[in-house]
Design a protein around this ligand. Sequence first.
Ligand code: SF4
Length: 247
Amino acid sequence: MNDDQLTHDFESSSATDILKWTFETFQEDKVALSTSFGAEGCALIHMIVTMGYKPRIFTVDTGRNFQETYDVWDRLVKRYGIEIESYSPDPADLRQLLKGKGPNLFYESVENRSQCCFVRKVKPLKVALAGADAWLSALRRDQSEGRRNIEIVSRSEAHNVTKICPLANWLEENVWTYIRSNDVPYIKLYDQGFTTIGCAPCTRPVRPGEGKRSGRWWWESDDKKECGIHIEDGKVTPRRPAANFQI
Ligand code: SF4
């Protein structure tokens, strides 16, 4: 069965059913869950832990996160008794990146910003996924126009893994209902108008009427709202139409 067929079959499946399939299909220690501690990532951690699964869980620590991000990381570890592996940028890459440009280079051009995201996020992600067979991500289709048609199951050639997005069909309200119902830890910045959480210098609260990811890299045009870790062949993982779903 190919990835397209699997995505089609999962369109009306619940997130828990997709996770059951994941752990029936892949060896547990070959499944890696990435999180940047967004609300949906915290929800996914809760779901996996309460289902009794123990995949590797990792984060890419860019070095430019909000303190609130580290606070929720700490709370998740203590609440669930889990290990969250941390992957950081290569120091030599960072020295080269900042050379002659300084620490705030990302405000000066899209090229600078892309280089910073590449060094601080994309390269460490590649290290984190080395050896994994399956990559669990909390991406959702309603997060942005660019993510609208992400696949539930796809092949990531860049990382040589099967990429699985069990929450692809969840809406923002589904995430918050799940978090409130289960008292899942979340980054408190969401209570201050943030709708997405990234690096501190590149994320701000969203104003009324603005898109959900408009708080990211707000000085850039609207079609530049990805850091690169979910981009393959110039788009956010292969696309398919959304459909009905269950939680
Ligand atoms: S979000 Fe900003 S600080 Fe973080 S890696 Fe990208 S450009 Fe650098």
